[in-house]
Write a protein that binds this ligand. Structure first.
Ligand SMILES: Cc1cc2nc3c(=O)[nH]c(=O)nc-3n(C[C@H](O)[C@H](O)[C@H](O)COP(=O)(O)O)c2cc1C
Length: 202
């Protein structure tokens, strides 16, 4: 393993459950792979833009001259995409917000899910180009979504698995930090997730 890309989303700093667990995960990864390059993209600090018209054109045009003229507008997306494609492991640590992912993470996804770079349309359908990579999702939520009545309300894990699969990343493991808003469950949620980190196949 040469490079790991870790995407942090929660703006809650040291109060964040997802960040606390990625701290444990990063330590385990460094132990197992001492020479690995670990890139951390902190989306709570770095506010990625929504796609505007020029950026959209810059990252999707097939016209060589237009691409050259708009090179500057594609720069951020190019860098984020290169980082993803150059990594063997992607870690996404995110809270559930309003049953989905925070828009900061969606902004990153919109900048890296790109035709010709991370996926390609073919006669046989869509081909993911980010192959031979693994991903780990670290998902924090106030409620419980792995079982029970609220399961259909989870638009985080199904969406992330779907979009990662779309670009070719199908080896995905999940660590859940559930019940952060349920007083009887909250105290054990992070310790249980940290224990699960120790059981991940890395
Ligand atoms: C704006 C906002 C929206 C939230 N929406 C949900 C939600 O829809 N479902 C849920 O179970 N928890 C929800 N929560 C609770 C968080 O998912 C929970 O506090 C989690 O621990 C946040 O992750 P973090 O500790 O890494 O920041 C929400 C929290 C915030 C601040």
């Amino acid at each position: 393993m040469k490079q790991i890309l870790m995407i942090e989303v929660s703006p809650r700093g040291t109060d964040s459950a997802s960040r606390s667990v990625t701290h444990t995960l990063a330590a385990r990864l460094r132990d197992l792979h001492p020479s690995v390059k670990l890139i951390c993209r902190d989306l709570a600090i770095e506010h990625l833009p929504h796609l505007d018209e020029a950026t959209l054109r810059a990252i999707s045009t097939k016209n060589v001259d237009e691409a050259e003229n708009l090179k500057q507008k594609a720069q951020q997306s190019d860098q984020l995409t290169d980082e993803l494609l150059g990594s063997d492991l992607l870690v996404i640590a995110t809270p559930m917000w309003n049953f989905g992912i925070p828009s900061a993470l969606k902004a990153w996804i919109d900048l890296v899910v790109r035709p010709g770079r991370t996926f390609q349309y073919t006669d046989g359908g869509v081909l993911g180009l980010a192959q031979d990579k693994k991903a780990i999702l670290v998902l924090a939520s106030g409620g419980i979504f792995t079982e029970g009545a609220w399961r259909p309300w989870d638009f985080v894990e199904p969406y992330l698995r779907q979009i990662l699969g779309f670009i070719g990343i199908v080896d995905v493991q999940t660590i859940r930090i559930e019940g952060m808003n349920i007083p009887t469950l909250a105290p054990n949620a992070v310790p249980n997730a940290n224990k699960a980190v120790g059981e991940l196949a890395l």
